[in-house]
Design a protein around this ligand. Structure first.
Ligand SMILES: [Zn+2]
Length: 438
């Protein structure tokens, strides 16, 4: 059956007793199964990696555009499900089209040669912040083309930066760092846009295997993954990235200005709440300090913040692992740090750094002078994508919290970069953390 004529989901709703008036201006529609579009699908052509955006074509993910859509999934990643709730609750008009007046980037990014170099970018749309400009005619013609990237400006007020000023490590310059200790940044929000053939190639697997796993492991959420091999672009329901740029964000691409960069994977417990079992916030803040110093020295700093909580295992798994680490016989210790994660999650890590360098290509970066990270996985994947890493900057030892010594020792043993080198067998065995009750 190509179409299901049931429309009970919207018929049965009644007006909520309280709250704003429900929005329901669109006519009820039949449910059109996108997996079996019959002869009605006329997706807008998309030629991934083409240098001319008009030839490349827009990423058209709005469900409003029905047969013209050229992607699987919907805009806004995981937040698309909140949009669905808003529609279901009658609070959002399902045919609402964003008014993009005055939303254009606060700082131009690109276009850069990397945007059309073969296989450079497979997990974001390099034109995602420029759609109002480069697809203006299509939008005027009625296509609901939405940005997948937004670029704005901000001031960061960070206690650690003020501490660095007090300690004499940083000094206000009135530009990057104001007299009151605020840091001026350009910040860029990026939603994932996956070109499935490119993602498959990056992992050395076949596209059918990738599509099947995405379909099955999401509980069959996106049938087009297996029924529409002609649709090559997927808007996955996962978190994206935010880039914080310090100094002239175009200088590396324009004139080869030296880049200082930290690629940070989200750790809400430490980054936001100051949990001391890991080094995440201290290292993030050290990265910001390094980026400020770089911008003050006529370089450019970038902190890339990826929404990959708990090594992309999620926070529930992460907290289960904390308990397993601290309750195991002998208590929390470095020698079993990765093993406990693997027991719970089945793997040590699901961040897949293979896709991470795409954002660096989008920024036009060819080399990183100072890479603020000890991770060999991150460094290797950046270099595998053709970006040189000249120097790795480890976290200063005095910034490592006591309870995070287990993590840092385990990582040194696993090959993470450290000026101290790998720990001895004795250090690995003896490095222990707090118990759950301490
Ligand atoms: Zn952490």
């Amino acid at each position: 059956m190509a179409e299901d004529h049931g429309n009970t989901a919207r018929q049965e709703q009644s007006t909520p007793a309280t709250g704003p008036d429900p929005v329901r201006t669109s006519p009820r529609r039949h449910i059109r199964l996108s997996s079996h579009p019959g002869g009605t699908a006329k997706p807008v052509a998309i030629e991934w990696g083409a240098a001319d955006p008009k030839l490349r074509g827009p990423v058209l993910g709005s469900v409003r555009d029905g047969s013209r859509r050229n992607v699987i999934g919907a805009h806004a990643g995981s937040y698309s499900l909140y949009r669905a709730l808003a529609v279901a609750a009658g609070r959002l008009d399902p045919v609402h089209v964003p008014d993009l007046t005055d939303t254009s980037p606060a700082e131009p990014i690109g276009p850069y040669p990397q945007w059309s170099e073969p296989d450079r970018i497979v997990s974001l749309d390099p034109w995602g912040h420029m759609v109002s400009e480069v697809f203006a005619e299509d939008i005027a013609g009625g296509l609901d083309i939405r940005p997948t990237i937004a670029v704005t400006k901000a001031h960061l007020t960070v206690p650690e930066v003020k501490g660095a000023i007090e300690a004499g490590r940083l000094a206000p310059d009135g530009e990057v760092l104001t007299e009151t200790g605020d840091v001026r940044v350009t910040k860029m929000a990026i939603e994932p846009v996956w070109y499935l053939p490119g993602i498959a190639e990056r992992f050395g697997i076949g596209e059918p295997e990738l599509r099947r796993a995405l379909f099955e492991e999401s509980g069959g959420m996106y049938t087009e993954l297996v029924t529409r091999p002609d649709v090559k672009v997927f808007l996955p329901p996962v978190g994206g990235a935010t880039v914080y740029g310090f100094g002239d964000v175009a200088a590396p691409a324009r004139s080869g200005a030296p880049v200082t960069c930290r690629v940070h994977d989200e750790c809400n417990g430490s980054d936001v709440f100051g949990s001391d079992i890991c080094t995440c916030r201290p290292y993030l803040m050290h990265g910001i300090e390094e980026c400020v110093a770089a911008a003050q020295a006529n370089g450019t700093g970038f902190v890339v913040y990826n929404r990959k909580e708990g090594r992309a295992l999620g926070e529930v798994t992460k907290f289960l692992v904390y308990n397993a680490r601290k309750r195991q016989p002998g208590g929390d210790r470095a020698e079993t740090y990765f093993e406990r994660t693997e027991c719970v999650a089945g793997v040590q890590d699901m961040r897949f750094q293979e896709l991470m360098p795409d954002v660096l290509h989008w920024l036009g970066i060819r080399r990183i002078a100072r890479f603020v990270s000890m991770s060999d996985m991150k460094r290797d994947s950046i270099e595998a994508q053709g970006i040189a890493v000249e120097c790795q900057v480890p976290i200063p030892p005095e910034l490592v919290p006591d309870d995070a010594q287990v993590e840092i020792t385990a990582k040194r043993a696993a090959g993470y970069y450290s000026e101290d080198g790998a720990p001895s067998t004795g250090e690995l065995r003896e490095r222990a953390g707090r118990s759950l009750t301490d």
